[in-house]
Write a protein that binds this ligand. Structure first.
Ligand code: MSP
Length: 508
């Protein structure tokens, strides 16, 4: 079986991790956990992008060597992954030898094949964006857009990769493989970009202008420029691991789809004779309170502060529930509170507490076996069957927000079932028929809670483990088996209480 190999973008380390970085890790983690639960062999890579002018400048501004600078920041990204309970198998840093070696091998190979050539280049250069600009990007009055900062005209010799000669091959590949760019509507954007003739790609910077990069193996007066170095991480991390490459999914933000991931990367690989990834999944961007995220204006969410205050699963849940993969979304504290209170604390939290409380009160803390089954149980079981059947395909299609909505509708239905059966009334009756229904209702609510929470496992793994723990349950077989309605909890001892989502004292 081919390994399901999934990656995130590697983050620039010229600042601390922010919500956008956190989201991408969580989204990729949810996919990785889901695929593992579905029985795939998964390999999950994330990491940091540590070369380039901005990093060189940030290091200089602090008066430290670039290596010392990145060595200080990269651990913050690793720490973020740990705190967010990201289940990555590896974390690659582009300053590692294993990475630099592979970048050099690929560059040398392309150079030997004549795919890389040296030429004089004259053009407009933006230091802020670290890129040469195309004339068509100018404003109507001839000035350059604000985002480029100071733009100067320069002439320099550089190395170029023959991107243009692969243009038609890429267009054909995208048209023949509708799963290559996801969500599918984004392929249109890529094809639009490819409808104009491609320029060859400048892949170097002279050392006197940029020192902080990987020296070209065939000309040490130059270093590799950003994308050739960064993109190669996906391959360099697994080159020694048989059966892992090609990647199944590269998860990235929409800003780096065109041209780097959808154009440069497949062409680079194809030119090297390496298989190209199966799919690139581009997610949308988070704004905060309706505006662009910005540290300088204070419109910022520190993901780890959020985790400290509300717990990791509250953040994971919100990110996945709120954003439709591919679309942009807004992070507002008010909306976070609505979901935290109504969905996590009240709906799910209450179901857990009621189940424990009533099993303790009416069944000596032990989940009873099911007695006679009535319409209420049949109806709830039918809701479960429908939820189960709908959620898996939704997750397969990355529609996690809709999947979560369905799971929570099932949790709501379970709470409604409890209201309907009212075990607290049945518990007061001495009629043996009522006692039998009481047993059934206790067993049914516990089983529904076990199942509903099992479906949430990829999104809020720690919480699900807690819920299963207080129900005295240890998952023992495949996830698919675990999702079958049955009597796995009969005879299990439950805990007294469990506060899953307490009301925090402080609002971030
Ligand atoms: N280093 C490059 C990626 C190289 S991949 C071979 C880079 N780094 S980044 O730190 O700027 O961004 C890392 C990822 O975070 C990107 O996929 C980017 O889209 C994502 N996000 C950055 N800000 C974001 C939001 N505000 N919202 C959602 N994701 C965002 O680009």
């Amino acid at each position: 079986m081919k390994t399901f190999y999934i990656t995130t973008a590697i983050d620039y380390v010229n600042g601390s991790p922010h919500l956008g970085h956190a989201y991408e890790k969580v989204l990729t983690d949810v996919i990785a956990r889901f695929r593992r639960m579905m029985g795939d062999e998964v390999y999950f890579l994330t990491g940091t992008d540590e070369h380039g002018q901005k990093i060189q400048q940030s290091a200089r501004a602090r008066g430290v060597a670039p290596q010392a600078f990145v060595d200080a920041i990269a651990p913050q990204f690793q720490e973020m992954c740990n705190r967010l309970e990201i289940s990555n198998d590896d974390f690659i840093r582009t300053t590692e030898e294993r990475h630099k070696r592979v970048v050099c091998e690929l560059l040398q190979q392309l150079f030997d094949k004549g795919e890389i050539y040296k030429a004089e280049y004259q053009g407009y250069y933006s230091t802020r964006q670290e890129q040469f600009l195309q004339g068509k990007g100018r404003n109507e009055d001839g000035s350059w857009p604000e985002i480029y900062g100071e733009v100067t005209e320069i002439t320099e010799s550089n190395y170029f990769f023959k991107l243009a000669s692969y243009q038609q091959w890429l267009i054909d590949h995208i048209k023949a493989n509708p799963e290559f760019i996801l969500p599918r509507y984004r392929a249109k954007q890529v094809l639009e970009f490819l409808s104009e003739p491609l320029n060859d790609l400048c892949i170097s910077r002279p050392k006197e202008r940029l020192e902080w990069g990987i020296p070209l193996p065939f000309d040490p007066d130059f270093v590799t420029y950003v994308w050739f170095d960064a993109l190669t991480n996906y391959y360099s991390a697994v080159v020694d691991k048989p059966g892992v490459w090609p990647a199944s999914f590269h998860v990235i933000g929409k800003d780096i789809l065109v041209p780097p991931h959808a154009v440069y990367w497949p062409i680079m690989l194809h030119a090297c004779g390496i298989a190209i990834p199966q799919s690139i999944l581009a997610h949308g961007w988070w704004s905060i309170n309706g505006a662009k995220m910005s540290k300088s204006t204070g419109n910022f969410v520190e993901p780890l502060e959020f985790v400290d205050t509300y717990g990791v699963d509250a953040l994971r849940y919100f990110l996945i529930r709120e954003m439709s993969v591919g679309q942009d979304s807004d992070f507002s504290l008010d909306q976070f509170w609505v979901r935290y209170n109504s969905e996590l604390a009240n709906n799910l939290g209450n179901l857990v507490n009621r189940t424990l409380n009533m099993t303790n009160r009416f069944a000596a803390s032990t989940v009873p076996g099911v007695g006679p089954v009535g319409d209420a149980e049949t109806a709830l079981k039918a809701v479960w069957e429908k939820t189960h059947a709908e959620v898996i395909p939704l997750f397969e299609e990355f529609q996690f927000n809709v999947g979560l909505e369905r799971i929570f509708a099932f949790i709501t239905a379970t709470n409604a079932y409890i209201e309907q059966r009212a075990p607290w009334k049945l518990g007061k009756s001495t009629d043996p028929a009522d006692q039998a229904i009481l047993q059934t209702s206790l067993a049914t609510m516990a089983e529904a809670l076990r199942l509903g929470s099992s479906l949430l496992q990829a999104v809020i793994p720690g919480t699900v483990q807690k819920i299963h723990g207080v129900l005295g349950y240890t998952a023992g077989s495949t996830w698919m088996d675990e999702l079958v309605w049955g009597d796995r909890l009969t005879g299990k001892s439950v805990e007294k209480t469990c506060i899953l989502f307490p009301r925090p004292d402080k609002k971030v």
